[in-house]
Design a protein around this ligand. Structure first.
Ligand code: GDP
Length: 405
């Protein structure tokens, strides 16, 4: 069996019941994903690929706005509501363009770490209010850290940022642009094209690429905390899928929103003179495995570990170090930019609130539209019943007996 056959096709939030833990909430789940990494390593393309090929018919791609105008790390938010067989997931993707763009990048991770802490802080603050309705929760459930495919190892900046992020949220390392790995890999690509005839089926054993084991070695040696998902399940097939997903860590991905036709197939991929690097082909990259982990097999685990491990650890630390109601001290405050930063933070919070409201209004509209349709349906039902009754009466008058159905 080909490896791709092992992972079922489609995104299928409806498959959530197959998870080790089930999402039972009728109101659905909220899932927030952050992408982070040096500028130009394919984060935005990955997000767009996820929304165009990864997520079937997003109900609405709601907002995509940029917060800061100055040359600093920005935050971009994309939202979509997904629904399949009554399971609803509100997906929020946060992109952080601009990171690593400066001459001195040493502190460029600070706004990201502050953002992660702010979300825990904001949730904690709202939780302590007497009325907790309408809580705005942007706590990040998973952060994909994009590593440039330099074929060597992690840069000191990567190590520093990953350490910081991994101690706050579920960190998932990702090797960007898997199709650009070393000439040897490209050669391997080509060899396999000719071996498999004209099919252009490409093969790279990404999990065995030396740079990948190196990356994992560095992650372990540096004590970087990365997400590790539950593997064991009552169902053997699920256990083996989980194992395969985890074995692919760090995930190597190809991003592209371009449709390419290969014979009678149309795929998302990147066209080269020697063939096509396909986004969803498991022989080419781990895009599909990562997508499965995020929005099918381990979404609930990512949400619950955020709640039970990361948020709880933040809450406990704050409780131990601060008096009740006391403001959070700014760890990475640069006095020079303090005022500006505060303004930006407030503007951003306002912006998020506004967009949350817009999203809620849109939701309310959908609900009222559904109610109106239901009412119409009921009225039509009643009309049909009445007509049936009249028909029955007429029949009885003519035939002196009940109507045969
Ligand atoms: P970001 O700054 O991290 O958001 O990077 P972008 O998504 O804007 O991508 C930067 C450049 O890399 C663009 O020209 C993309 O077309 C290209 N790119 C993105 N993903 C891939 C990939 O998987 N493989 C290759 N070869 N190029 C990619």
């Amino acid at each position: 069996m080909s490896p791709s056959a092992l992972l079922p096709d489609g995104v299928g939030i409806a498959h959530l019941p197959n998870q080790r833990h089930k999402i039972v909430s009728k109101r659905g789940a909220k899932f927030t994903l952050m992408v982070c990494g040096e500028s130009g390593c394919g984060k935005s393309t990955y997000v767009n690929t996820l929304f165009t090929s990864g997520i079937k018919d997003p109900k609405k791609l709601h907002l995509r706005h940029t917060k800061q105008t100055e040359k600093t790390v920005e935050i971009e938010i994309t939202k979509a509501e997904l629904e399949e067989k009554n399971f609803k997931v509100k997906l929020t993707v946060i992109d952080t363009p601009g990171f690593g763009d400066y001459v001195n990048n040493r502190d460029s991770w600070m706004p990201i770490v502050e953002f992660l802490d702010d979300q825990h802080e904001s949730f904690m603050g709202q939780e302590q209010q007497p009325t907790r309705a309408g809580i705005i929760d942007l706590r990040v459930h998973a952060c994909l850290y994009f590593i440039r495919p330099n074929g060597h190892t992690l840069k000191p900046l990567d190590i520093e940022v990953m350490k910081q992020i991994g101690s706050r949220v579920n960190l998932i390392p990702v090797i960007a642009k898997a199709d650009t790995l070393t000439p040897q890999d490209l050669a391997k690509f080509k060899r396999n094209v000719s071996r498999k005839g004209g099919e252009r089926a490409l093969l790279i054993c990404l999990t065995h690429h030396p740079s990948i084991t190196q990356i994992l070695d560095v992650i372990h040696a540096q004590g970087i905390q990365i997400y590790s998902c539950p593997i064991e399940s009552d169902d053997e097939e699920v256990t083996s899928t989980n194992q395969r997903i985890m074995d692919a860590m760090p995930f190597a991905v190809i991003g592209s929103t371009e449709d390419i036709t290969i014979g009678d197939r149309t795929v998302k991929g990147r066209q080269y003179s020697w063939g096509v690097a396909e986004v969803e082909n498991e022989d080419h990259c781990d895009f599909k495995k990562l997508r499965t982990l995020l929005i099918r097999s381990h979404m609930h685990d990512l949400i619950s570990t955020t709640e039970e491990t990361h948020y709880e650890s933040y809450r406990q630390t704050q409780m131990e170090t601060r008096k009740f109601g006391e403001q959070k001290p700014k760890k990475y405050e640069n006095p020079k930019f303090k005022e500006k930063e505060e303004q930006l933070r407030l503007a951003f919070t306002e912006q998020v609130k506004k967009e949350e409201n817009r999203f809620r209004q849109w939701e309310a509209q959908l609900v009222s539209e559904r109610d109106r349709l239901n009412k119409d349906l009921e009225a039509q039902h009643a009309q049909i019943k009445a007509m049936e009754g009249e028909l029955e009466q007429m029949y009885q008058m003519h035939h002196r007996g009940p109507m045969r159905r």
